[in-house]
Design a protein around this ligand. Structure first.
Ligand SMILES: CC(C)(COP(=O)(O)OP(=O)(O)OC[C@H]1O[C@@H](n2cnc3c(N)ncnc32)[C@H](O)[C@@H]1OP(=O)(O)O)[C@@H](O)C(=O)NCCC(=O)NCCS
Length: 314
């Protein structure tokens, strides 16, 4: 088995492995990975995707790639064929990750590395990260089955108003995210939350790029305080399968929490998806964010799996 630069290979070399990865995401996460896979294949053919491929007898049976975002490297994916090969899958995953981590740590100007491996169980591939000084943050993938829960409509205090998401909210939404995540564990995991420009990039990634599903404007809402006309909370939803929504963001300004706004935004999203015959909604939440987890559980979300987020700061 050899580990080689991913840019030596074409989309055709990687396609069979991605087909297997698409099946894995469908099985584990009810997530159609085909859109993300197409994007990866386009980057492969353009020879611009940095990463490594594990090669045996001339074929690619594992890969990991990363992207550069200013002074940060983000590990985008890791997938190894699950077949009866002589080499053990975990060992190949660890070798690929070690190459990716070393490359990023040695890249001039890179001071931070982030990774979230949704399709790997927590702890499974932690070793290369922990050996290189990464911190580990377990996160929970949760799922809500529409058919198992009636649609509730919690009363909203008259001082607040929920409105559909609109692109006009872009700047205000970025400011809201920055304020809602100040001192929050999730801004340790994703440093975009720490600044206005970072929160704008986060929004752009969610709303305009297909990396985290296709943005679903109809299932996304904002909440205003009527008197001051200020944006105080939002919920953003993407479509990750024709019948499955994924909440990519929900947050309320600290001073407006515990007033039922989070519950009301979640109800607005579930209602919208229910009306359009979606069957389920998923989301990810950091295990340390116990208040948010308690809220999701009370509504009817179940934990499906626990995966890891890793962060390194050089
Ligand atoms: C998670 C979050 C969105 C919840 O929003 P929220 O508006 O505070 O949530 P709600 O008020 O609807 O429900 C939370 C609490 O209010 C209580 N509550 C619900 N409706 C209420 C009402 N009408 N009146 C008073 N309290 C109410 C709930 O019982 C719950 O109690 P708790 O304090 O024991 O948790 C908010 O805490 C937040 O923005 N956190 C930071 C960002 C974050 O962690 N996002 C989630 C990432 S996955």
């Amino acid at each position: 088995m050899e580990i080689l630069d991913l840019r030596h290979f074409s989309a055709a070399d990687l396609r069979p492995l991605l087909e297997e990865e698409i099946a894995t995401w469908a099985r584990l996460l009810a997530w159609d990975y085909a859109g993300a896979a197409e994007m990866i294949l386009r980057y492969m053919d353009a020879k611009i995707l940095p990463g490594y491929a594990a090669i045996e007898r001339g074929s690619v049976f594992g890969y990991s790639f990363f992207v550069y975002e200013q002074s940060k490297g983000v590990i985008g994916d890791l997938f190894v064929h699950d077949g009866g090969r002589s080499l053990n899958r975990r060992e190949v995953e660890e070798r690929l990750l070690t190459h990716v981590i070393e490359t990023l740590q040695q890249s001039p100007g890179i001071h931070r590395i982030e990774a979230q491996l949704l399709a790997h169980d927590a702890g499974e591939v932690a070793r290369p990260f922990l050996e290189q000084g990464f911190s580990r943050h377990p996160r929970v993938f949760m799922n809500y089955e529409m058919a198992r829960h009636p649609q509730t409509a919690p009363p909203l205090a008259p001082e607040f108003e929920i409105r559909p998401w609109s692109e006009e909210q872009y700047q205000a939404a970025a400011a809201l995210i920055t304020n809602a995540y100040r001192g929050h564990v999730d801004s340790e995991i994703n440093d975009q939350y720490r600044t206005l420009s970072g929160s704008l990039r986060f929004l752009n990634n969610i709303v305009r790029f297909p990396g985290c599903g296709t943005f679903d404007a109809h299932g996304s809402f904002v909440v205003f305080q009527r008197r001051t006309r200020t944006l105080i909370g939002l919920i953003l939803c993407s479509q990750v399968r024709p019948d499955v929504g994924h909440i990519t963001q929900v947050c309320i300004l600290p001073e407006y929490r515990s007033a039922g706004l989070g519950v009301a935004l979640l109800a607005a999203t579930t209602r919208s998806l229910r009306e359009r015959r979606f069957g389920a909604i998923s989301l990810t939440v950091t295990q340390a964010n116990d208040r948010a987890i308690a809220l999701y559980e009370r509504i009817g979300f179940d934990s499906v799996r626990i995966f890891d987020a890793f962060v390194w700061e050089g």
